[in-house]
Design a protein around this ligand. Structure first.
Ligand code: NAD
Length: 321
């Protein structure tokens, strides 16, 4: 088996490779060639940690495996370690033998940014100029870098619940040579594309804060009870997701469904747009919303790509196992 340690990922994995892997696996999910297994997530009663597994099988790409890990809230304060910890395990689908163990921390940020980036490619207006960011934490910087590659954006605007964090995304905008403006939430009406990536349990972005024709990627809500945008916004939008079952249970759509504003059947898979079996954006003034809940197959897809690169570059550690 191969080991690709966390420290090796940064030099190997590119945003483009993550984008390609995620776009491909979303398409495979929509065509029924790939499926995710039920997610296990447990409060283990130790160190206040949440631990679980996300797994799946991509029959088209022949990728089988799981990501194991979760959230250890005391890591940083007690040990100087990052709080989110994960590792991906890949198995040979022909034999069941373990193929690789791959550091999953940086890959998680890259695959999550790739997901919203894929949604922007396929759903945002081609003439989008202003990118709005709601959120300025760890994931937000990855999200912003990946999104900027999808359209000829001319400006980034941002709002964050903790305004002192805004320089995190301002820096990324400036690195890309773009002006950055801090706005209030109604100011988001000036954006053509909005990414929300927060850990909120109550909505910040209201339906009235979003202009017709906008594409919104809701990336923070990945757990029951979390919420970033007003449910009415989903009622007004055409809603897409990575996986419908997750969207209605742990994604942003959980609230609009509970309020009776949309039905499960109203939510389309982004992969269907990639495959050309769903038309995607139908009008210039339509609001499109991607509910990115995060699926195991995304993790497996980027991990498989990085193993290939690590082997090709002689960086993978081979272990007789
Ligand atoms: P972080 O702790 O670095 O940042 C949290 C962000 O949320 C900050 O911008 C903070 O100001 C904001 N925030 C906190 N409380 C808020 C509130 N009450 N209202 C509005 N905003 C608030 O976290 P991160 O690593 O950037 O992760 C952000 C979210 O993304 C988390 O909820 C995480 O679970 C989720 N996530 C989703 C996926 C996916 O695949 N969809 C993958 C990774 C992380």
């Amino acid at each position: 088996m191969y080991i690709v340690p966390e420290r090796a990922i940064g030099d190997l994995m590119t945003r483009q490779a993550a984008f390609d892997a995620v776009e491909k696996v979303f398409a495979a999910m929509a065509s029924g060639d790939a499926y995710n297994f039920p997610v296990v997530r447990e409060a283990i009663g130790h160190e206040d940690a949440l631990y679980g597994f996300k797994g799946g099988f991509d029959r088209a790409g022949l990728v089988l495996g799981l990501k194991a890990g979760g959230y250890w809230p005391n890591n940083m304060d007690k040990r100087g370690l990052i709080n989110h910890q994960s590792t991906v395990f890949l198995f040979d689908p022909d034999t069941g033998m373990v193929r690789a163990m791959v550091g999953g921390n940086l890959l998680t940020a890259l695959r999550t940014a790739a997901a919203s980036s894929v949604s922007i490619k396929h759903l945002a207006r081609k003439d989008a100029k202003v990118l709005g960011m709601v959120g300025a934490g760890h994931q937000a910087t990855f999200q912003l870098r990946a999104a900027l590659e999808q359209r000829s954006f001319e400006k980034v605007i941002g709002w964050n619940y903790h305004p002192e964090m805004l320089p995190n995304i301002e820096k990324v905008a400036h690195e890309a040579g773009l002006p950055f403006e801090a706005v209030d939430l109604p100011g988001m009406a000036g954006a053509d594309v909005i990414i929300s990536i927060t850990s909120a349990f109550a909505p910040s972005l209201m339906a009235d804060h979003v202009s017709p024709g906008t594409h919104i990627a809701c990336m923070g809500t990945d757990t029951k009870g979390k919420q970033e945008v007003e449910a009415a916004l989903l009622g007004r939008a055409t809603v897409f997701t990575d996986e419908v079952a997750q969207s209605v249970s742990i994604g942003e759509a959980q609230h609009a469904i509970a309020d009776g504003l949309i039905r499960e059947a109203d939510i389309a898979q982004l992969g269907a747009v990639i495959n050309g079996t769903h038309p995607g954006r139908a009008a210039k003034d339509q609001i499109t919303l991607f509910d990115g809940t995060g699926v195991g197959l995304q993790d497996l897809a980027v991990a498989a790509a990085v193993v290939e690169m690590a082997v090709a570059n002689g960086i993978a550690i081979e272990v007789d196992f």
